[in-house]
Structure formats: C-alpha cells, structure tokens
Ligand binder design. Structure first.
Ligand code: SAM
Length: 320
C-alpha cells in the first residue's frame, strides 16, 4: 500500500529476538539486559503478522535482531514466511557467527540473500569492537553462504579512531570474495550516539583517489536505501548514508520489533503494538493498527537533528 506521501510500503524488517552472541560497543555492549521471553512474539504470531502485512502489500521480509540466528528454529521460520501468499522474498541480516551452521538449511527453506556485518578483518580489533573473538567463524560463514548459493552482501560501520583506516582492506576482501560491500554511517540511535561516524562522502573521496572515479550504478541491488557505485576495476561498492544522505523519499520500509511493536521510522519512537490485539485474537485491530502505521509513515528521518530523535531504545531492541 502507499503511505500519505505516495511511497509504496512493501518491505518489513522483522526482528525475531533482542538477543545476540556479540557485544558490539555501539549496538549491544556488555551489561544490556534481555527482554523476558513471554514479551517476544512467538513464531505463530510472527507468521500471523506477516500474513496481515502481505494483505496490505508487504512483499519482502528481512529477518533481523539482535542476532536472528541465535533464535532456535530461525530456518523453519523462513520456510513458513516463504509460504505466505504475497511474500515474494525473505532475506536475513546476521553477524555471520552461526552462518556456516545454518546457511544450507536457510537456502533450502527459501532464503535468497544474507547481509553479513563485518567491521574489520583484524582479529584483535574484531574482538575489541564486538567483545567476542569470532572473526574466523564469520569468515567461514560468509564462504558457507556463498557455497549454499545465497547472495551475500557485507555491511561495515566505520568508527573514527577505531576502524576508519580499514576501508581498503574491507573493500579488497569483498572484491576478492566477489561480494558487494556497503559502508553504513553510524546512526545516533541507542549506543550509536556515543560514537563518531565516518562520513560516506569522505570515504567516497578516499576510494576514488585510490581506485579511480566511481560511477553511479542505478541497477537495483536490494530493497534498502543503499546507493551503489561501480569501480574502475569493475567491482561494486554501496553506501548507506543515514546522516549525510537523505533517502527518505524512496523509503519503503516498516520495522517490527521482537515484542511486536511496529515502527515506521528508526528515528521516532511512534508506532503501534500489534502483539496486544493478536494475543486476544483480534486480528482486525492488528490489521487496522498496521495499516495506520504504514499510512502515516513520517516524511523524513531527523538523524542530523539529534534533539528531535525520540527513539531511545538500543538498536538490538528495535531491530537494526
Ligand atoms: N545481528 C544482525 C547483524 O549483525 O546484521 C542484525 C542486527 S544488527 C543491529 C544490524 C546492523 O545494524 C549491523 O550491521 C550493525 O552494524 C548495524 N548497526 C547497529 N547499530 C548501528 C548504528 N547505531 N548505526 C548504524 N548501524 C548500526
């Protein structure tokens, strides 16, 4: 369906857990607490919401978290969501730690693509950023996903003074693996507000200086706000510039938290609780609430005006 600004809303980012097996400083550092399991949607409830969403025009679903692969049965959920009439694509974003274990089953159950978060290729720095020494498992996961036939993209968040200088290593790794790397600007959401972002514009200049001019690539690579460029060597690189770019006019997404709260924009706390009507079997109210959130999606985010951001939850609680 279209929202009040005429945008087609067909993409649902669906958090299936607030839990994670990493402790990234800017996302879910040590000391965060977990939501009690009874507040988390069951797979049946998730299926119900996706069925309602499909009726309202949701066509693509991305599973996220927390870390979606830490929730048991994630691959089975993929199968159930793929079977819903109207849902055309189910994908997943993961830190990759458990990907080697599940890549084959995910693919068999209908998953088509994975985004893997990878901020550094330096094992020590990986441990510093994520709080866990799991880089080898992630690299294994990336290769397993490729072997299973999944489309793989890498997501890197650069932080000033931490991994800013590693863009070239990450890019070379992506090129050598034949996968696309996207650089995501750090958003001032949750713990992200405590860190300084690296501007994608600066990064584009660095890449152009080292690899030659970047040519805008208008081919559709995914469902999101990434802007892609072709490099002189034929490789592709993407940028998700939440702070220094404005992609709201093309935004097609809504987000469902693991507790069943539907949000239309990352910046604002507004949204609607879908779990409450579901748990009293009132599917009509759940549908009306969903429709209303989709229709009234804010025109723009406000990442550049920090005082206007009303979302105070951690990214792991919202579903990044
Ligand atoms: N665990 C999964 C993963 O790693 O893809 C899914 C959830 S994680 C929150 C999704 C993505 O959000 C990761 O790539 C992470 O780096 C990114 N992220 C978390 N906090 C962020 C922030 N404040 N700004 C930008 N990206 C952020």
């Amino acid at each position: 369906m279209r929202d009040d600004y005429g945008r087609e809303i067909d993409y649902l980012r669906l958090s299936i857990t607030d839990r994670c097996n990493l402790r990234c400083q800017y996302c879910l550092p040590e000391g965060c607490d977990w939501l009690p399991m009874e507040r988390i949607l069951t797979y049946e409830e998730i299926e119900q919401i996706c069925t309602i969403g499909a009726g309202l025009g949701i066509r693509k679903v991305k599973l996220t978290g927390g870390e979606p692969l830490v929730r048991l049965g994630c691959a089975d959920l993929v199968k159930r969501l793929c079977a819903i009439e109207g849902i055309e694509q189910v994908t997943l974003t993961t830190n990759g730690v458990l990907l080697a274990e599940y890549a084959e089953a995910l693919r068999e159950n209908g998953l088509t693509a994975v985004n893997v978060s990878l901020d550094t290729l330096d094992r020590e720095k990986y441990t510093q950023i994520t709080g866990r020494d799991r880089l080898p498992s992630v690299l294994k996961g990336i290769r397993a996903a490729k072997e299973a036939g999944l489309t793989v993209k890498l997501n890197a968040v650069l932080q000033r003074g931490v991994n800013q200088g590693e863009w070239a290593e990450l890019l070379n790794f992506a090129l050598s693996e034949g996968v696309v790397l996207r650089f995501i600007e750090m958003m001032p959401i949750g713990h992200g507000a405590e860190f300084q972002t690296v501007s994608n514009q600066w990064l584009q200049e660095q890449i152009a200086q080292r690899y030659g001019i970047l040519t805008p690539d208008n081919m559709v690579h995914g469902n999101g706000p990434a802007v892609y460029y072709t490099m002189q060597n034929g490789g592709s690189v993407g940028f998700i510039s939440a702070i220094h770019g404005r992609f709201c006019a093309q935004c097609n997404r809504v987000r469902l938290t693991a507790t069943g709260f539907l949000k239309a924009c990352l910046c604002y706390e507004d949204g609607a609780d879908l779990r409450e009507p579901l748990r009293r079997d009132d599917l009509l109210t759940a549908e009306q609430r969903m429709k209303s959130v989709m229709r009234k999606k804010p025109e723009q985010h406000c990442f550049e005006r920090y005082q206007d951001i009303t979302e105070r939850h951690e990214m792991s609680k919202i579903g990044g």
